[in-house]
Structures are given as structure tokens and as C-alpha cells.
Design a protein around this ligand. Sequence first.
Ligand code: FES
Length: 189
Amino acid sequence: MHYSDKVMNHFQNPRNVGIIKNADGVGKIGNPVCGDTTTFYIKVKNNIIDDIKFQTLGCGAAIASASMVGEMAKGKTLKEAMNISSSQIVKELGGLPEKKVHCSNLGADALHKAIENYRAKQRGDKREAHKKILEEKTFMCPACDDPLVESKLFCRRCQMKLEFCKECGKPKRKDDEKCPHCGATKIRV
Ligand code: FES
């Protein structure tokens, strides 16, 4: 089987091999037919892949492909990195023997999975942060001064619907023209 010089170079001296502790995203993909696996670890700064490492338990073509993926993805935005395809990897490697083209999928798929993992964590973090803000804030009913249950804008005692004042952020009666706390007339729902 003939491999290009570039493939041999990446296989014998793979770049970015290893693990990133506390990685922002991790993605592992296995090929069920041959049993080979690749795992990518990424660190993300300002939506850009700032650091990347991989581990491949597999054939030379899979190692060379993952090494190339790492080089292609580093410094790219997440969107650009998501667009890195197996065919681009093969092209950058100067080609792969036809029987080994499928090996380039591991690297691309593992990278994409690491990005998806990062995005999922981000979504989770944002939800958690929002939940925490709501939990930490105790709002009082402006009419009876009872605490509002779980930050819901409804006072059980007064059976009254409330909304947040756009200016001071405190709850006011929906019907109130003016906020009883700061006197502002504009409201937000
Ligand atoms: Fe399994 Fe190459 S033979 S990835």
C-alpha cells in the first residue's frame, strides 16, 4: 500500500498528541468494524479553538488523519472547524489509498463531536447560571411584602399577577401605571 510522504510524516511524528485536562469539549468516535478509536480534546477561547489534542488507537492512516485534523482545526472558529470534512483531510494529506479513505472519518467525526460537546456544555452552563440568578433573588410582593414563591411573578396571598419594572427590576402589579419602588412608568413583561 502506498502512502504519501505527508501521511508518513504525520503518522511517524503526529502533532498534538495527548490529553487536555479540563478540556472544554471532548469527542470520542470508534469504528465498529475495525475497532479503532479517536478522541479529541479542545480548549475554546472567544469561539476559537485555542488548543487541541488527540489520542488515536488505530491504524497509521487514522493517526495521520487525526494529526492533520488537529493542525487544520487549531486557530479556527468553531464554525470553520465544524466544516472540516474527511475529503479535505485526505486532500491535505496528499491522498490516501482507497481502502484507507474511511480512516479519515474518525478524526473529523471526533473533532465535530468535541465541538458539539463544548456547545452542549455552554448551553447547560447558561441555563444553570440563569437558574442560579433566579434562585438567589428573592422577590417580594409590592402589596403585602410576602416573598414570591420560586421567583414566580404571582403573589399567592394577594392572588395577584406581577411583572418586573424595567428600570429597577423589582416586581410591580401588572395594572400599575407607575412602579411603586422607583416611580418609573415603563415596564417589561
Ligand atoms: Fe480502522 Fe483505519 S483501519 S481506522
